[in-house]
Ligand binder design. Structure first.
Ligand SMILES: O=C(O)[C@H](CS(=O)(=O)O)OP(=O)(O)O
Length: 243
């Protein structure tokens, strides 16, 4: 299995788009938020690229709630929740679909939506995502780093890619150094400062909990709409006929 990495904010138009397995990584915070929301009972996550598109979908999906942020992390006016795992962790989401709009993570998913297997990755899902990937036996896994910007190193996502790659190669790495990289990344330090109510330190703590959940987040197409659902390695293996 080959692995490679691309950076969402510096895609090379000359380079072939990955078309096998793709993991779009957003540790701070989209796909940590999505994981905590599913754990809190949300029935599925619907990533939608635009705010207008999110409101449109909310009108057609029964009982749907909205979550997301604009670039920088401020919540979107009119949405039910910000892009905040600590807000969603305690919310009553039982059986309700959640529509998610964010400036990096969701944009990355939309960009690579046509590949064979698309996952939303974060450190809380690290080992489960690696296991789901291994069950699919792809020829190539491409990690998409979404958190690198001109003023941010994106190391929270690179650390997550490093962790999953080590697992894919059969290693059993100590998770703590990867969690420390999330905390000490450029964006992580903004949460550590805890002086912006929209970037709370509690979110950073939740996002840096390596392997907190035993499921991966796999994207599927449903009526022309992307949908993230729990995926487990055993199910992936059965679906691909390898028992
Ligand atoms: O809300 C967040 O934590 C970030 C803000 S930004 O777009 O990276 O500036 O959004 P996300 O799409 O989860 O990275």
């Amino acid at each position: 299995m080959r692995t490679r990495r691309v950076f969402l904010n510096r895609l090379d138009p000359q380079e072939h788009d990955p078309d096998d397995a793709v993991v779009v990584i957003d540790v701070l915070r989209s796909f940590s938020t999505a994981a905590y929301a599913l754990a809190a009972g949300a029935s599925a996550i619907y990533p939608v690229e635009t705010i207008a598109g999110a409101f449109h979908l909310q009108r057609t999906l029964k009982n749907a709630l909205t979550t997301g942020a604009v670039g920088g992390g401020d919540p979107i006016p009119g949405f039910d929740f910000g892009n905040s795992p600590s807000a969603l962790q305690g919310a009553d989401l039982a059986g309700r679909p959640l529509i998610q709009t964010t400036a990096a993570g969701v944009r990355g998913l939309a960009r690579f939506r046509s590949c064979r297997a698309l996952f939303a990755g974060s450190l809380v899902l690290g080992r489960a995502t690696a296991q789901a990937l291994l069950a699919l036996r792809p020829a190539e896994v491409c990690f998409v780093i979404t958190g690198e910007w001109v003023d941010r190193d994106g190391d929270e996502d690179i650390a997550c890619a490093d962790y999953m790659e080590a697992l894919l190669h059969g290693e059993d790495p100590d998770p703590e150094p990867y969690a420390a990289r999330v905390r000490n990344s450029d964006f992580g330090r903004r949460f550590q400062a805890d002086c912006n109510a929209n970037l709370p330190a509690s979110d950073l703590r939740l996002c840096a909990q390596v392997d907190r959940f035993d499921f991966a987040l796999r994207a599927a197409h449903c009526d022309g709409q992307l949908r993230l659902q729990r995926a487990q390695a055993s199910v992936e293996r059965a679906l691909s006929g390898r028992g």
